[in-house]
Write a protein that binds this ligand. Structure first.
Ligand code: FES
Length: 157
Protein backbone atom coordinates (compact mmCIF):
# COMPACT_ATOMS: atom_id res chain seq x y z
CA UNK A 1 0.00 0.00 0.00
CA UNK A 2 1.28 3.47 -0.90
CA UNK A 3 1.58 5.66 2.16
CA UNK A 4 -0.51 8.79 1.43
CA UNK A 5 1.15 10.95 4.10
CA UNK A 6 4.62 12.44 4.60
CA UNK A 7 7.17 10.20 6.38
CA UNK A 8 7.10 12.59 9.39
CA UNK A 9 3.37 12.05 9.80
CA UNK A 10 3.80 8.30 9.44
CA UNK A 11 6.47 8.37 12.18
CA UNK A 12 4.26 10.47 14.45
CA UNK A 13 1.49 7.88 14.08
CA UNK A 14 3.96 5.07 14.86
CA UNK A 15 4.96 7.03 17.96
CA UNK A 16 1.29 7.36 18.99
CA UNK A 17 0.80 3.62 18.53
CA UNK A 18 3.80 2.88 20.74
CA UNK A 19 2.32 4.99 23.55
CA UNK A 20 -1.24 3.61 23.62
CA UNK A 21 -1.67 0.13 25.14
CA UNK A 22 -4.75 -0.36 22.94
CA UNK A 23 -4.11 0.56 19.30
CA UNK A 24 -7.68 1.78 18.79
CA UNK A 25 -7.05 4.62 21.25
CA UNK A 26 -4.71 6.16 18.68
CA UNK A 27 -7.45 6.44 16.06
CA UNK A 28 -8.65 9.99 16.73
CA UNK A 29 -5.17 11.52 17.19
CA UNK A 30 -3.94 9.66 14.08
CA UNK A 31 -6.84 11.09 12.05
CA UNK A 32 -6.00 14.55 13.41
CA UNK A 33 -2.41 14.17 12.24
CA UNK A 34 -3.53 13.12 8.77
CA UNK A 35 -5.99 16.01 8.54
CA UNK A 36 -3.37 18.45 9.82
CA UNK A 37 -1.13 17.46 6.90
CA UNK A 38 -3.74 17.03 4.17
CA UNK A 39 -6.49 19.45 5.21
CA UNK A 40 -9.08 16.65 5.00
CA UNK A 41 -9.41 12.88 5.37
CA UNK A 42 -9.70 11.15 1.99
CA UNK A 43 -10.74 7.54 1.32
CA UNK A 44 -7.06 6.72 0.75
CA UNK A 45 -6.12 8.30 4.09
CA UNK A 46 -8.85 6.35 5.88
CA UNK A 47 -7.55 3.09 4.41
CA UNK A 48 -4.04 4.00 5.50
CA UNK A 49 -5.12 4.86 9.08
CA UNK A 50 -7.25 1.70 9.25
CA UNK A 51 -4.26 -0.47 8.33
CA UNK A 52 -2.01 1.33 10.85
CA UNK A 53 -4.53 0.88 13.67
CA UNK A 54 -5.69 -2.58 12.67
CA UNK A 55 -9.38 -1.87 12.08
CA UNK A 56 -11.53 -1.89 8.95
CA UNK A 57 -11.74 1.15 6.65
CA UNK A 58 -15.52 1.05 7.24
CA UNK A 59 -14.95 1.51 10.98
CA UNK A 60 -12.68 4.50 10.34
CA UNK A 61 -15.24 5.94 7.90
CA UNK A 62 -17.91 5.67 10.62
CA UNK A 63 -15.73 7.59 13.06
CA UNK A 64 -14.82 10.26 10.50
CA UNK A 65 -18.46 10.81 9.54
CA UNK A 66 -19.56 10.99 13.20
CA UNK A 67 -17.20 13.80 14.26
CA UNK A 68 -17.75 17.18 12.61
CA UNK A 69 -14.12 18.18 13.15
CA UNK A 70 -13.05 15.74 10.45
CA UNK A 71 -13.51 16.87 6.86
CA UNK A 72 -14.12 14.39 4.05
CA UNK A 73 -13.41 17.00 1.39
CA UNK A 74 -11.00 19.95 1.28
CA UNK A 75 -12.43 22.92 3.17
CA UNK A 76 -11.76 26.64 2.99
CA UNK A 77 -9.29 28.57 5.13
CA UNK A 78 -12.30 29.45 7.26
CA UNK A 79 -14.66 26.49 7.56
CA UNK A 80 -18.05 27.69 8.81
CA UNK A 81 -20.23 25.05 10.44
CA UNK A 82 -23.84 25.96 11.23
CA UNK A 83 -25.75 23.77 13.68
CA UNK A 84 -29.02 22.49 12.23
CA UNK A 85 -30.26 20.45 15.22
CA UNK A 86 -33.66 21.28 16.78
CA UNK A 87 -32.76 23.94 19.41
CA UNK A 88 -30.69 25.84 16.83
CA UNK A 89 -33.31 25.28 14.12
CA UNK A 90 -36.02 26.70 16.41
CA UNK A 91 -33.78 29.70 17.07
CA UNK A 92 -33.30 30.50 13.39
CA UNK A 93 -30.30 28.53 12.13
CA UNK A 94 -32.04 27.94 8.78
CA UNK A 95 -32.45 31.69 8.32
CA UNK A 96 -28.82 32.17 9.29
CA UNK A 97 -27.77 29.48 6.80
CA UNK A 98 -29.76 31.16 4.02
CA UNK A 99 -28.09 34.47 4.93
CA UNK A 100 -24.64 32.87 4.74
CA UNK A 101 -25.36 31.17 1.41
CA UNK A 102 -26.43 34.51 -0.07
CA UNK A 103 -23.50 36.44 1.41
CA UNK A 104 -20.85 33.88 0.45
CA UNK A 105 -22.35 32.74 -2.85
CA UNK A 106 -21.94 29.06 -2.01
CA UNK A 107 -24.24 26.27 -0.89
CA UNK A 108 -24.19 23.84 2.00
CA UNK A 109 -21.11 21.61 1.69
CA UNK A 110 -19.37 23.93 -0.76
CA UNK A 111 -16.12 25.88 -0.78
CA UNK A 112 -15.68 29.26 -2.43
CA UNK A 113 -13.48 29.27 -5.53
CA UNK A 114 -10.89 31.53 -3.84
CA UNK A 115 -10.52 28.91 -1.07
CA UNK A 116 -11.25 31.47 1.64
CA UNK A 117 -14.42 29.98 3.10
CA UNK A 118 -16.48 26.82 3.09
CA UNK A 119 -19.89 26.20 4.57
CA UNK A 120 -21.52 23.15 6.14
CA UNK A 121 -24.63 22.47 8.16
CA UNK A 122 -23.89 20.02 10.97
CA UNK A 123 -25.60 18.28 13.85
CA UNK A 124 -25.46 19.60 17.43
CA UNK A 125 -22.19 21.35 18.28
CA UNK A 126 -22.85 20.99 22.00
CA UNK A 127 -23.76 24.59 22.82
CA UNK A 128 -27.55 24.46 22.50
CA UNK A 129 -27.97 27.19 25.15
CA UNK A 130 -26.25 29.58 22.73
CA UNK A 131 -28.48 28.81 19.73
CA UNK A 132 -28.26 29.50 16.88
CA UNK A 133 -24.69 28.35 17.17
CA UNK A 134 -21.85 28.22 14.67
CA UNK A 135 -18.21 27.20 14.64
CA UNK A 136 -15.49 28.62 12.39
CA UNK A 137 -12.45 26.35 12.48
CA UNK A 138 -11.83 26.00 16.23
CA UNK A 139 -13.68 29.18 17.25
CA UNK A 140 -17.24 29.07 18.54
CA UNK A 141 -19.89 31.78 18.20
CA UNK A 142 -23.41 32.00 19.53
CA UNK A 143 -26.03 33.11 19.51
CA UNK A 144 -25.50 34.46 15.99
CA UNK A 145 -28.02 36.45 13.95
CA UNK A 146 -27.53 38.01 10.52
CA UNK A 147 -26.02 41.21 11.91
CA UNK A 148 -23.56 39.38 14.16
CA UNK A 149 -22.71 37.04 11.28
CA UNK A 150 -21.83 39.98 9.04
CA UNK A 151 -19.52 41.35 11.75
CA UNK A 152 -17.83 37.96 12.08
CA UNK A 153 -17.43 37.67 8.29
CA UNK A 154 -15.82 41.13 8.16
CA UNK A 155 -13.22 39.94 10.67
CA UNK A 156 -12.16 36.96 8.57
CA UNK A 157 -8.93 37.46 6.61
S1 FES B 1 -28.64 22.18 18.93
FE1 FES B 1 -27.27 23.61 18.10
S2 FES B 1 -25.55 23.49 19.38
FE2 FES B 1 -26.88 21.94 20.10
Amino acid sequence: MTIPVRPETDHKIDDLLSRFPMRGSALLPALYLVQEEKGHVSDESMEYVASKIGVSPAFVAGVVSFYTMFHRRPVGRHHIQVCRTLPCALSGSDTLMAHLKARLGIGDGEKRADGKVSLASVECLGACDRAPFIQINEREHGPVDGTKMDEILKGLE
